[in-house]
Write a new protein. Structure first.
Length: 118
């Protein structure tokens, strides 16, 4: 199994920046993609961005393009989410997830709270 731990959440003012980190441990050799999701109060969890280990390609949700950057180190099994120009609507619990090749299983972290105050 994989264990996922996020860190770096907190309170930030509108227009500010925040960097979230995620570390995977355990059976990491089969990890193919690491992603970030978020869930705001009363809303469904939504995709933010991801990185594919095989080619380091990244992909983002429309709201994240130009403001958020996903980066990672597949050898250290770590991934980060750099967020800039934060808005109140970015307030959510942010989750890191790792997809396991072959099983189709997605492992989730416990989430980290990001609050953007106006």
């Amino acid at each position: 199994q994989l264990q996922i731990v996020e860190s770096g959440g907190g309170l930030v003012h509108v227009g500010g920046s925040l960097r979230l980190s995620c570390a995977a441990s355990g059976r990491t050799s089969g990890t193919t993609v690491m992603s970030w999701f978020r869930q705001a109060p009363g809303k469904e969890r939504e995709f933010v961005g991801r990185i594919t280990w095989s080619d380091s390609l990244t992909y983002y949700a429309d709201f994240a393009k130009g403001r958020f950057t996903v980066s990672g180190d597949k050898y250290k099994n770590t991934v980060s989410l750099q967020m800039r120009s934060l808005k109140p609507e970015d307030t959510a619990v942010y989750y890191c997830a790792a997809d396991e090749q072959g099983t189709g299983v997605r492992y989730w972290g416990q989430g980290t709270q990001v609050t953007v105050s106006s």
